[in-house]
Design a protein around this ligand. Structure first.
Ligand SMILES: Nc1nc2c(ncn2[C@@H]2O[C@H](COP(=O)(O)OP(=O)(O)OP(=O)(O)O)[C@@H](O)[C@H]2O)c(=O)[nH]1
Ligand SMILES: C=C(OP(=O)(O)O)C(=O)O
Length: 212
């Protein structure tokens, strides 16, 4: 395999919390109903993954989750899931996933990008040009996508202020006209913005009434 082939193909890890713990900042959006809340959290992840698997250059998408309902819905899309490791936390899950996949190039994509367009993800992969790189969220503080260099370590530093942590760790910041890739949905305001960009069908169907 030559350098360009390696550089142009990536395996993406998508971490998904168990649905009963996920998206706590969106709890009020679904009126406190746990069934609607879990359905919305699942829809966000399924729409994100659907766009990722349709992206040229994404060789495979693997979710990391301990939730059997998530794993089963992902399997219906043809997406494999890895269970979480014993060490808790998002970065530990991603390190475990990267070690397990042993990919020539690995990346981490957040699971809450329900307006994601494949063309925007593809453009960000191109902009990385073989470097370890990240895409900040729309506020510029968080991270929606982290890419390892081919053959390199992912070294994930997700959490509060992760954009700054990824920059300080040497990853290149990728800023481009990719609103759908930068619009992670944590709050009701994010959900409204993602709705304006155009949601995936599952999230559109799971939306609370106030957004319509
Ligand atoms: N597998 C796994 N995924 C995680 C873990 N923590 C966070 N995530 C995922 O990482 C992404 C960002 O997570 P957070 O912003 O911390 O949590 P969230 O569920 O999106 O939202 P809040 O509960 O409102 O903080 C989401 O896709 C989560 O599902 C974890 O411990 N394990
Ligand atoms: C964990 C992160 O995401 P969120 O904005 O969803 O908390 C992050 O950006 O590192």
């Amino acid at each position: 395999m030559d350098y360009d082939e390696v550089r142009d193909e990536v395996d993406l890890l998508v971490p998904v919390k168990t649905l009963d713990r996920a998206k706590t900042r969106l709890t009020s959006a679904t009126g406190g109903d746990p069934v609607s809340h879990a359905a919305l959290a699942l829809a966000l992840a399924l729409d994100t993954v659907s766009a990722a698997i349709a992206t040229p250059g994404v060789r495979r998408v693997v979710t990391i989750t301990s939730d059997p309902a998530v794993a089963s819905e992902m399997a219906a899309l043809g997406v494999e899931s890895l269970p979480e490791p014993a060490e808790p936390g998002l970065n530990a899950a991603l390190r475990h996933g990267a070690r397990t996949l042993r990919s020539s190039r690995v990346g981490a994509l957040q699971a809450d990008l329900p307006a994601l367009r494949s063309a925007e993800l593809r453009a960000a992969l191109d902009a990385a040009a073989g470097r370890r790189a990240f895409v900040p969220d729309r506020q510029g503080t968080g991270t929606t996508l982290l890419l390892a260099a081919p053959g390199g370590q992912l070294d994930p530093r997700f959490g509060v202020g992760s954009a700054g942590h990824h920059r300080v760790s040497g990853a290149a910041a990728l800023i481009g006209p990719w609103p759908s890739l930068r619009c992670d949905v944590d709050t009701e305001e994010d959900l409204r913005l993602a709705n304006a960009l155009g949601l995936g069908t599952r999230t559109a169907n799971a939306l609370p009434a106030w957004t319509t």
